[in-house]
Design a binder for this molecule. Structure first.
Ligand code: HEM
Ligand SMILES: *[C@@H]1O[C@H](CO)[C@@H](O)[C@H](O)[C@H]1NC(C)=O
Ligand SMILES: *[C@@H]1O[C@H](CO)[C@@H](O)[C@H](O)[C@H]1NC(C)=O
Ligand SMILES: *[C@@H]1O[C@H](CO)[C@@H](O)[C@H](O)[C@H]1NC(C)=O
Ligand SMILES: *[C@@H]1O[C@H](CO)[C@@H](O)[C@H](O)[C@H]1NC(C)=O
Ligand SMILES: *[C@@H]1O[C@H](CO)[C@@H](O)[C@H](O)[C@H]1NC(C)=O
Ligand SMILES: *[C@@H]1O[C@H](CO)[C@@H](O)[C@H](O)[C@H]1NC(C)=O
Ligand SMILES: *[C@@H]1O[C@H](CO)[C@@H](O)[C@H](O)[C@H]1NC(C)=O
Ligand SMILES: *[C@@H]1O[C@H](CO)[C@@H](O)[C@H](O)[C@H]1NC(C)=O
Ligand SMILES: *[C@@H]1O[C@H](CO)[C@@H](O)[C@H](O)[C@H]1NC(C)=O
Ligand SMILES: *[C@@H]1O[C@H](CO)[C@@H](O)[C@H](O)[C@H]1NC(C)=O
Length: 338
């Protein structure tokens, strides 16, 4: 009886210590590995989505391309060290070497001024609360929605990085020239699969691309002396006018020639018509035997299927390695560390 009671008391006390240790570990795991959620700002900045959307709507009045530019910033942010607003940091002369000067971004990414305007509007309502990384995620959804695309519930709670990674931006962001196997690998490296690749490529249903990023297809493709054989010949003639041989590589063409500023599934019927603008676009449909072909066909034949998959893949992309808990900071100015 005594033996049994003492044994029970000792085992109950070591059980309590074990519970305390387990709870402690769980709290630590929770702190360092918290999940994003849709209600993160519900008490601290309940109106953040409409504040962001209003500024995007304002910017669209004078620049119908800006929504496309903003979603691309979120993409180029998430692929480098996760969705942590590292892309927004300017050079600071010493440790911060800006991703804005990385090969995929220089003379190409745009919309930084609008991000600053959004941040100012958000800070006016909710000072010091909303991260720049979350602003990019919210602005991406607003841009798609305002262009006629799907809406989705944006997951929030990201914090802003204390570093930039220009070398990472040079190597992790897919290039339009590198071929489907390499692009698939770069998506896979951040946990995105072939369905995400095809769905997210559908963002090329709006926005523009510079001639220098596809004119290799127009005159002497891959050393053949001829245009890319997967390029629709009618479309080729149009593009050759926009991008004359030896002309400015900075001229731009619409990524979707049919509905340039609308968010719809025409991107996928364009691919079926050999009207993909970038080599990386057309390869999704024209690479024989590729698993991407049937996904293109499915999104082309049913816009709802595309919209549902796009929304889910944007959530997947937005979940790439966020900083949470007490990691990083909430930047007051998206361009620099506090
Ligand atoms: C699959 C690999 C991808 C490649 C190789 C690629 C490549 C490119 C290139 C070369 C441009 C033109 C940039 C310029 O002319 O300055 C561009 C524009 C754009 N990209 Fe992608 N991209 C890819 C995936 C994505 C994803 C995942 C998204 C978003 C979810 C996206 C959204 C956009 C948008 C909206 C534009 C137009 C931007 C504007 O008009 O300012 N792209 N992309
Ligand atoms: C959302 O995430 C934050 C931070 O991890 C947490 O404090 C909050 O309880 C979460 N909300 C819900 C509804 O899960
Ligand atoms: C939230 O935003 C909406 C739309 O912009 C506005 O009508 C409303 O007054 C705002 N509410 C608060 C509490 O700021
Ligand atoms: C750049 O940022 C780093 C990290 O915060 C800081 O130590 C350094 O002093 C900054 N350099 C300049 C010139 O502000
Ligand atoms: C960016 O574009 C300008 C011309 O608009 C050009 O002078 C400069 O060399 C370009 N920079 C890079 C890195 O391509
Ligand atoms: C990234 O690429 C750009 C353009 O090619 C180059 O100027 C820069 O030095 C590279 N940065 C790093 C850190 O590799
Ligand atoms: C594809 O990736 C491989 C391995 O990283 C690299 O050697 C090759 O140059 C890449 N191909 C292109 C076209 O960039
Ligand atoms: C380019 O040419 C090389 C060598 O002829 C060939 O192996 C490669 O498949 C070609 N690439 C494309 C995209 O046609
Ligand atoms: C473009 O430039 C190359 C070399 O500079 C030249 O050989 C060619 O004739 C030019 N083509 C046109 C259409 O001007
Ligand atoms: C070229 O595009 C037109 C639409 O502009 C389409 O009717 C035609 O079928 C396309 N041709 C090929 C070979 O895809
Ligand atoms: C299109 O896809 C949606 C959602 O995936 C489905 O509910 C609908 O039945 C499909 N429509 C047609 C015509 O197949």
């Amino acid at each position: 009886m005594t033996f049994s009671s003492s044994s029970s008391s000792s085992s109950s006390s070591s059980f309590s210590s074990l519970v305390v240790i387990i709870l402690g570990v769980l709290v630590l795991l929770h702190e360092s590995n918290a999940q994003l959620n849709s209600t993160f700002y519900s008490t601290t900045c309940p109106n953040v989505s409409s504040i962001v959307s209003n500024v995007v709507q304002q910017a669209l009045q004078s620049d119908p391309r800006i929504g496309a530019s903003l979603i691309r910033l979120h993409f180029h942010d998430c692929f480098v060290n996760g969705c942590d607003a590292s892309i927004l940091l300017d050079n600071n002369g010493t440790t911060i070497i800006s991703e804005k000067d990385a090969a995929p971004n220089t003379n190409s990414t745009r919309g930084f001024g609008v991000v600053d305007n959004i941040k100012t509007a958000v800070e006016n309502s909710c000072p010091g609360v909303v991260s720049c990384a979350d602003i990019l995620a919210i602005a991406a959804e607003a841009s798609v929605s305002l262009a006629g695309g799907p809406t989705w519930t944006v997951l929030l709670g990201r914090r802003d990085s204390l570093t930039a990674n220009q070398a990472g931006a040079n190597t992790s962001i897919p290039s339009p020239f590198e071929g489907l196997p390499n692009i698939t690998n770069k998506f896979s490296a951040v946990g995105l699969n072939i369905n995400d690749l095809v769905a997210l490529s559908g963002a090329h249903t709006f926005g523009r691309a510079q001639c220098r990023l596809f004119s290799n297809r127009l005159y002497n493709f891959n050393g053949t002396g001829n245009p890319d054989p997967t390029l629709n010949t009618t479309y080729l003639t149009t593009l050759q006018t926009t991008c004359p041989q030896n002309g400015s590589g900075f001229n731009v063409a619409n990524l979707d020639p049919t509905t340039p500023d609308g968010f719809d599934n025409n991107y996928f019927s364009n691919l079926q018509n050999n009207q993909g603008l970038l080599q990386s676009d057309q390869e999704l449909f024209s690479t024989s035997g590729s698993a991407t072909i049937s996904i293109v066909n499915s999104f082309s034949s049913n816009q709802s299927t595309f919209f549902q998959n796009f929304a889910q893949s944007m959530i997947n992309m937005g979940n790439i390695s966020p900083l949470t808990g007490s990691s990083g900071e909430i930047r007051l100015d998206c361009k620099k560390l506090n």
